[in-house]
Design a protein around this ligand. Structure first.
Ligand code: MIG
Length: 727
């Protein structure tokens, strides 16, 4: 079948800097309940669209079509990257309508974002698919897609940061200069291209626009910004208690422990194993006294067990919350509990029901919920029979209710998103006094409203350590600021040097968790001997000292969409070359990390953007721009503070539950005046202004201030209140 012209189109400015271009095969379908965009109204703007070119008076030409949008009918065979179960077919209707938009590729621009990938941050020419998948161990570059789907592309050149969000939850694909070097071809199933074009002067403003369009990231509770310890294979309540005691006895700060599937009773979600975890209330209360929160994993696959008194399966089936086969029988797929039922999170009543299920955890003192396997991952044979292939839900399976009924093919990419939503909303209802905290594996654009995310099953490999910064900074550019990877690597056996180098950079992961797979070498911080332990204690301690800065960045991510961990070009958008180094990153506006991700390396090249940079560990400083080789002994990864920094910090604590004794600022004064900001956990702002040797507080504080000098750093300890201090 050949391509035919798309017959419908509409254009509309919905924000002074966001323009919506729509092209369709048939009548545009009405807004769906699951649509992730928040802006709809017409808005006066300075965009001009002439049918071929989109311009904005502030920026000039933003994009140009190469040809009129067109469409064709396709079969599953023509979409080789779309993983479906053997014998499956695309359902009739829009699922078979593939529509395409071909744009001119700006050869001067760098291309970024597109969510979660195992590849460089600057997107090479290639094909990027959006289809959530749980692929086998050993993620590699060629994987068409991973657990999450972000049909959102960023183009950047000095003076212009352009975002293109394809508002399609169907399978989609961005061909970035692959078919033709100077073209970008965007295709999607569903018969509609709904493209939001976001135009900003720099990446920070672009991130703010994306947050306006798709929602602000949920602000994590304070404890979630601390250190988390996890492992698949912690077998019992007693083991968890000893683990936490060991952290405390060794004086390694810790805020959360995660329980993996081992805690469940035969993999029944929302249950605890009666022998191995006999007293979850006691466990969570005991941990809470030690300043540690409990997080439990939940899988979407509900054990298909209608007769043994498992209320989740029985009630869910009774009230019709699970997916069904075309003949009306319950759909079941294999997962941990062998045969499992899957909730239809596209239905509001089913989401509410799912939310209510969290009660069995919150009532037992669980603080956060970790939602896994929500691509959703379905196996081809029972887990109890060993290894199996993925066997995804048939694409024609009905989802949604009433006017919003559709097929799984349209909602596959949203399964994790809506599971996170249901879980988040359940926690918010059950415990309105606490900020919900959900961690998800699968996600879509907009999931940041409900959950933090980790990057799934990485490996204990140097290559995966090296890919972490590109991966996490790309997530931030794609709208998801609260992200992390499994420290130490999940599959495979880590070892001392890899683990230690991983911990060094993890201080700056927005979400900081050590996690590993069943049967792999233990990787708690003390498993590699006293020297490694000592240095790792120092790294986690540094995170805890920096927590007021981390909390401030978290608030800014929540309010403005600014990622905590970002690529250099984000903070230095006019610098055209240096900021392309992807093995460095900024943590907020003041801290630059240049980690080591290679065995044996004890020095590395560091790019310094414009300005003065103070070495965190020594007397040295460097004036950028330029490159220098920098020492990187174990325990001292190259770390720099930008001149002018005013960093809110705190004395060392073992947990965020310990009261803050002193408010401290680390000042790195420069010739120009500079501003420091602290946003405390309640959202109150404290400003300090540093100018010609004087510090002014806003709001003014009235009491004792102690000032100490340490190399380039001035440490200012505010015990009470005072308004102006001379350094
Ligand atoms: O495929 O619950 O990504 O973090 O430890 C295994 C067991 C299922 C996958 C998650 C991983 C978790 C593991 N889960």
């Amino acid at each position: 079948m050949t391509w035919q012209p798309a017959s419908r189109h509409s254009q509309q400015a919905i924000h002074p800097y966001i323009y919506r271009l729509r092209f369709g095969v048939e009548e545009f379908r009405p807004r769906r309940s699951w649509n992730v965009t928040l802006l709809e109204q017409d808005c006066p703007s300075a965009f001009e669209w002439d049918g071929l070119q989109l311009r904005h008076t502030d920026f000039g030409t933003l994009l140009r079509l190469r040809q009129a949008p067109d469409w064709r009918m396709v079969t599953l065979k023509e979409l080789p990257e779309l993983l479906a179960r053997p014998g499956d077919a695309l359902p009739e209707g829009p699922a078979r309508q593939q529509i395409r938009l071909v744009l001119q590729r700006d050869l001067e621009a760098g291309y970024y974002a597109l969510g979660q990938r195992m590849s460089s941050m600057r997107r090479d020419p290639g094909v990027y698919c959006n289809w959530s998948l749980d692929l086998p161990a050993g993620h590699y570059r060629g994987m068409p897609s991973l657990y999450q789907a972000h049909p959102y592309l960023v183009a950047h050149r000095p003076g212009l940061a352009l975002g293109m969000f394809l508002n399609s939850t169907w399978f989609s694909r961005f061909d970035l200069g692959h078919g033709h070097e100077d073209e970008i071809a965007i295709t999607t199933q569903g018969g509609e291209i709904d493209l939001y074009v976001l135009a900003a002067e720099n990446p920070a403003d672009l991130c703010a626009l994306l947050a306006d369009l798709t929602g602000r990231a949920a602000l994590p509770p304070g404890w979630a910004l601390g250190f988390h310890q996890s492992r698949w294979g912690y077998q019992s309540q007693d083991e968890i208690v000893s683990l936490v005691d060991e952290f405390r006895q060794r004086q390694i700060p810790l805020d959360a422990v995660h329980l993996d599937i081992d805690y469940m009773d035969e993999f029944r979600s929302f249950t605890f194993h009666p022998q191995r975890f006999p007293d979850p209330e006691g466990l969570s209360a005991g941990l809470r006294e030690k300043g540690v929160r409990l997080v439990t994993i939940i899988d979407p696959g509900i054990r298909f067990d209608l007769h043994s008194g498992y209320p989740v399966a029985r009630e869910g089936a009774l009230h019709g919350h699970f997916l069904r086969n075309p003949d009306g029988s319950p759909f079941s797929g294999y997962c941990w509990p062998d045969s499992a039922l899957f909730t239809d999170y596209a239905r509001a009543d089913s989401r509410a029901w799912w939310g209510e299920q969290q009660r069995s955890l919150t009532e037992r003192g669980v603080s956060g919920i970790w939602v896994d396997m929500n691509e959703p991952a379905v196996f081809s044979s029972p887990f109890s029979q060993g290894f199996s292939q993925q066997n995804p839900i048939p694409l024609a399976t009905a989802q949604g209710a009433g006017e919003d009924s559709t097929v799984h093919a349209e909602l596959h990419n949203l399964y994790g998103h809506q599971m996170a939503q249901a879980t988040y909303e359940g926690l918010a209802r059950l415990r309105p006094e606490e900020r919900p905290w959900v961690l998800t594996r699968s996600a879509f654009v907009g999931t940041q409203r409900y959950a933090a995310a980790w990057m799934g099953d990485n490996q204990s490999w140097w290559e995966h350590l090296a890919l972490t910064l590109p991966q996490l900074t790309s997530m931030g550019l794609s709208g998801s600021p609260f992200v992390g990877v499994d420290i130490g690597g999940f599959f495979g056996n880590t070892h001392a040097e890899l683990f230690e180098r991983w911990m060094e950079q993890a201080v700056f992961y927005p979400f900081m968790r050590n996690h590993s797979a069943l049967g792999t070498r233990a990787q708690e911080p003390w498993r590699f001997g006293p020297e490694v332990e000592e240095r790792v204690r120092g790294h986690i301690g540094l995170r805890y000292r920096l927590l007021p800065y981390v909390e401030t960045l978290a608030w800014q991510a929540h309010r403005h969409g600014w990622p905590l961990l970002r690529p250099l070009f984000y903070d230095f958008p006019l610098d055209t070359e240096g900021p392309l180094y992807e093995d460095q990153a900024m943590f907020g506006p003041w801290i630059m990390l240049a980690p080591i991700a290679h065995p044996g390396h004890r020095q590395r090249m560091v790019y310094f953007p414009e300005g003065r940079w103070y070495d965190f560990w020594s007397e040295r400083f460097v004036d950028g721009p330029g490159c220098q080789v920098w020492p990187a002994p174990l325990g001292q990864m190259p770390l720099f503070i930008r001149q002018g920094a005013c960093l809110p910090v705190v004395g060392l604590r073992q947990s965020t539950s310990e009261p803050v004794q002193k408010n401290i600022w680390w000042l790195f004064p420069g010739p120009q005046s500079s501003q420091g900001l602290r946003i405390n956990p309640e959202g109150e702002e404290y400003h300090v202004c540093l100018s010609s040797g004087q510090v002014c507080f806003d709001p003014p504080v009235a009491a004792r201030v102690v000032v100490r000098r340490d190399r380039h750093r001035v440490e200012m300890e505010v015990d009470g209140d005072e308004s102006v201090v001379c350094l």
